[in-house]
Design a protein around this ligand. Structure first.
Ligand code: FES
Ligand code: FE2
Length: 368
């Protein structure tokens, strides 16, 4: 491990991370211990579970989770592991009054409390037997969870500037239309960097994005230890968005805001569409990606919605293909670090590295 950490610290100033940071299994384990197990991970959107009893299941870093609306105003993130002998108590998504384990039929209320345990004497049971609840937080319509017992949500100062930057888009009021669960063949950091790098837009997406948000119009936004962001302005030839929140300025109507809440929620919001990708690492080269699309319009026609979904499926397929190939290159014995492009195009990567170094306790000098 120490040799990779030395490689990171000793790489030339303003360079990308050493390739082994993306390919070495021990380094991923180290990241999980030092960073990911103590961080806030996005699980999806609040309006996926609007009614009491609505739930969905998801696995993050080998932790099976049950996300449930337990009351009109409260969402709980519960351990999806039966207190009897460890079976996941729910699968998929749906609506229920109680969760019934499929193994021996123990049942749990929406808040995780045990309701019945057939044929087990009462005195055998813990008095407060329940599915453990994790720390969770809702921000701008996103549901986050943190596995650390003493986790605290980000300080106001660390997200204030991003909130101000995004507030006119009213993301919390956008309507979730669809989400997909996929497995991508790349390292989690590669996808964070790719999404936050405006440098590749015109090259990787010549037909899907170049005519809308060309690389040349990308502009970095100041970040903090909690996020990085950039603005992708729309080309003058790009069609104007027909519907949008009235509070957006004329400039904002013609922009997309791309941001990453560290470590692994990446999203793009424009006047009429929010697309997010919640990344959950599986291995150095395998990544679970829950990605979803929400719209400003509540009553978008099926045809228009389909068009937006297909466009983003295409964009994501282009990125996935690039990142699959990138991973092959990163595994080469000759792969090395390389210089980053100027601030507006890859400055977000320097923000991401700054965050990683802070979490790994590394000297930041070579980052700038
Ligand atoms: S493991 Fe759930 S009831 Fe037995
Ligand atoms: Fe891309």
């Amino acid at each position: 491990m120490q040799d990779i950490l030395n490689q990171i610290v000793n790489r030339p100033a303003g360079h990308s991370l050493p390739p082994r940071c993306y390919t070495d299994a021990a380094f991923l384990e180290y990241e999980v211990e030092q960073i990911l197990n103590n961080e806030w991970h996005c699980l999806g959107r609040v309006d996926e579970i609007p009614e009491i009893g609505d739930y969905f299941t998801i696995e993050v870093l080998s932790e099976p989770l049950l996300v449930v609306r337990k009351s009109a105003s409260q969402i709980a993130v519960l351990s999806n592991v039966c207190r009897h002998r460890g079976m996941p108590v729910a699968e998929g998504a749906g609506n229920t009054k109680r969760f019934r384990c499929s193994y021996h039929a123990w049942t749990y209320a929406l808040d995780g409390k045990l309701r019945s345990a057939p044929l087990v004497p009462k005195e055998q049971l813990d008095k407060d037997c329940a599915l453990p609840e994790f720390k969770s937080h809702c921000w701008q319509g996103f549901i986050f969870f943190n596995a650390a017992i003493d986790a605290k949500w980000h300080s106001d100062e660390s997200l204030d500037t991003l909130c101000a930057h995004l507030q006119n888009y009213h993301m919390q009021d956008m309507h979730s239309a669809v989400h997909f669960d996929e497995v991508w063949d790349c390292n989690w950091k590669s996808l964070v960097e790719n999404f936050m790098d405006g440098y590749h837009l015109s090259v990787v997406h010549p037909h899907t994005l170049h005519h809308l948000t060309p690389t040349s119009l990308c502009k970095k936004v100041d970040g903090t230890e909690a996020y990085t962001a950039y603005t992708a302005s729309h080309a003058s030839t790009a069609p104007a968005r027909k519907s949008h929140h009235p509070s957006l300025t004329a400039a904002q109507v013609r922009q997309s805001q791309l941001f990453c809440i560290f470590p692994a929620l990446i999203a793009s919001v424009s006047a009429d569409t929010l697309v997010y990708l919640a990344l959950h690492p599986l291995a150095t080269d395998k990544l679970s990606v829950k990605w979803g699309l929400a719209t400003y319009e509540q009553d978008l026609s099926e045809a228009e919605l389909q068009q937006r979904i297909e466009k983003w499926q295409q964009i994501n397929a282009e990125d996935h293909q690039i990142l699959k190939n990138l991973h092959k290159g990163l595994k080469s014995s000759r792969a090395s670090t390389g210089p980053l492009a100027e601030q507006n195009f890859e400055g977000t990567l320097a923000d991401f590295y700054r965050y990683l170094f802070m979490k790994l306790g590394l000297n930041n000098e070579n980052n700038e």
